[in-house]
Structures are given as structure tokens and as C-alpha cells.
Design a protein around this ligand. Sequence first.
Ligand code: CA
Length: 278
Amino acid sequence: MELEAVPVPRARLGEGARWDPSTGTLLWVDIPAGVVHRLDPADDTQETVDVGQPVGVAVPREPGGLALALRDGFAVLEEGAPVVIAPVTAAEGPGNRMNDGACDSAGRFFAGTKAEDDTPGAGNLYRLDPGRAWERVVGGVTISNGLGWSPDERLLYYVDTPAGQVDVFDYDPATGDLANRRGVAELPQPDGLTVDAEGHVWVALWGGGAVVRLRPDGGHALTVRVPATNVTSCAFGGPDLDVLYVTTAWDGEDGGELWRCRTPYTGLPAHPYRDLTP
Ligand code: CA
């Protein structure tokens, strides 16, 4: 599989690649720049929204606009400035921000936090429910990162990067509850991840210059080399969900590009945050 660079400006810390099927566009962010990019692959034009503070991920929101994991917490963006609806980092003290996240098929938005200085165990994973209630679901995380569900939603894969492994939880899609966390694959500095239609797990490797495809049991299936050292997230997009998009981070010498390649694999549709205002 041959990667090509998407002709968009270089990011400092490109992250959070996410296909938005409702618009046929790719969402991604530049975390420290506090911007959300939306790429239209029909003509490779890009729109950028400045959200005014570090942003870990942007996901589509139902009934419209975006939901965000910001430095200050979960937020919604309809027009103009973001509105924080769940100030999760205020409860953690200063120096933390939200990082990667994703939504389940019921529209629950899971996203975690980290300390800007990577203080061990200072972060948490949160669940924001459709009624805007939120709760901490995992504590003692250092760099909360990628997460994604198996096709039947009975498993939730999760990364705390410095742990050097991909974990998996049993997941109850009726309640959003997690249980029985265990490691499934050891990898150096795993970052973002996505799950494909066969239940294989694609993991971006920070410092590793690659995305790896793992079998559902964690066994190695494939390595896709990426021409950047710090590979941060990956997502399937395009009308047939067969184009792998990969974000990277600038490390002073390389990185920051958005890459893509057509694959013989198919992703799962990403779900929006279902925002039922209380
Ligand atoms: Ca990340």
C-alpha cells in the first residue's frame, strides 16, 4: 500500500482523523494550534475552525455541528465559539487537557485526558452521555489515547500510550459500561487506533513510523510504513470506507503531514455524539 501526502498545510500535532459520513469529509485536528480541519477529498479543499484552545478530537454532532474534546472539557460547536458542556478537566486541576476520543453507536462520547507535562496517572477517561451527563470511567491514566469498538460493540480497545500496550475492555452497548480491562498487544508507544469491518485493530505508533494492523486477539497482521516518525492517528474514510487516512506530528525534522492510501480493507462508520440537550 502506497501512501500519498494530502496537499494541505503541515500540522504541529496532527491528530484525531475521523470520517464524517454525513458530509463525506474527513475531520482532523492540530492539538496545540487549537484548530479543527475538515478535508473534502472530492477536491482536497480544507476548511479550518479555530476553537481557541487545545483540541484533542472533533466528532460529528447530531443534530448538527461538532462535539469537541477541548483543554477545558467536552464542548459543542454549532456556529462560532465552542461551548463547554462538561468541564471534566476543571475537576482534575490545572495543567490537564483532553486528548483523543470516539463515540459508540448510541452516541456516547468517550474521551480521555492527560497532563501537558505527562505526569504519570494524572489523566482519566470519561463518558459523555447523550443527555450531557458525564462520568469518569477509568482513572489513573497517563496519556489517554485511541479507542475503538469491535464490530459487535462487545469489546472496547483502548490505549494509555506509556503503558506500551493496547488494552481491551468488555463493553456493554446497552449501558456504556466497561469491565475486565486486560492487555491484548504489546507495542512501543501506541497512539490513535481504529477498528475495521473484520474486527482488526489499526494502531498508529508514535515514534514508530508506522501503522500496524492487529488481529482481534492482538496478533500482528500487517505493518504500513509511514514517512514520518511520530504517527498519531488513523481512520478509514471515503465513500466506500476503504481509504486509510493517517495523521502525523512534526518532530523538528519530519512529520505533520496528512497521509492516505486506498486499501483492500473496509472501515466501520464513525458515530456522532448524540446531543440530546437536557
Ligand atoms: Ca493521540
